[in-house]
Write a protein that binds this ligand. Structure first.
Ligand code: CTP
Ligand code: CA
Length: 223
């Protein structure tokens, strides 16, 4: 049992957090999506609210209740998520992209349920790139606001990949975790990668990791 500090250090700040997967329609009953429960993003939203922030939670489809006091905006696709975020950006002091955004979407969603054809053994679905929401935020940012945080779930070369994402997306912090721990159970283990350093958290609960991330966000907001 972890006892969380009673602190209101984020009061006066608006933090937007994205969470969950995006689901990209193939037809009315099928989609292409990412494996994401949304729990990490929801844990960040819950702790940010408890620490006094105004919290906007832009969420893909997940089986979680909105944490108390959080403004949840439900979206389904990457394009909807981008629109939900960019339209609220002027209010935001920090944006934390914990969502597992689909990199591609089917070029077009069929209007009617697709049927398999007799003898059809393979099927090709053409995909087109989705916008990179975080990279677009980084590219259009002027100055140090909003503070931008990304995630990198990888199966190899964890820290190097996170550092590349930090630089190419022009963000302040990348939370890197290994795919083998990111998806299981209540615990997580991450490396916090910034321009100046990298810090390994060790194995911690998702709420404790949320606090570590928010400590960094708080420090970046104070700069
Ligand atoms: N991200 C985003 N928009 C996308 C894809 C990713 O905003 N279309 C964000 C994610 O929310 C995450 C960060 O970018 O915070 C890194 O996502 P990740 O999938 O690890 O990186 P990609 O840039 O998509 O690279 P790749 O999947 O090829 O490793
Ligand atoms: Ca990706």
């Amino acid at each position: 049992e972890v006892l969380f500090r009673e602190t209101r250090d984020l009061s006066g700040h608006t933090v937007l957090i994205s969470a969950g997967p995006t689901l990209e329609p193939v037809d009315p009953v099928r989609f292409l999506g990412n494996r994401s429960s949304g729990r990490m993003g929801y844990a960040i939203a819950e702790r940010a609210r408890q620490r006094g922030a105004r919290v906007i939670l832009v969420s893909g489809p997940v089986a979680l209740a909105a944490p108390q006091g959080v403004e949840r905006v439900s979206v389904r696709t990457a394009i909807e998520m981008q629109e939900a975020i960019t339209s609220r950006l002027p209010d935001c002091d920090a944006v934390i992209m914990a969502a597992a955004v689909a990199d591609f979407r089917p070029r077009e969603a069929a209007v009617h349920k697709l049927k398999k054809l007799e003898g059809e053994e393979t099927r090709v679905i053409e995909l087109v790139r989705n916008p990179d929401i975080l990279a677009d935020l980084g590219a259009s940012r002027r100055g140090a606001r909003p503070v931008l945080v990304g995630f990198a779930v990888e199966t190899e070369n964890l820290v190097a990949a996170a550092r590349t994402k930090l630089e190419t997306k022009k963000v302040d912090l990348v939370v890197a975790n290994h795919a083998s721990v990111a998806f299981e159970g209540d615990d997580n283990e991450a490396t916090l990668v910034t321009r100046d350093d990298e810090e390994s958290t060790g194995r911690v609960s998702k709420h404790a990791l949320a606090d570590r991330i928010l400590d960094r966000v708080h420090a970046l907001l104070e700069r």
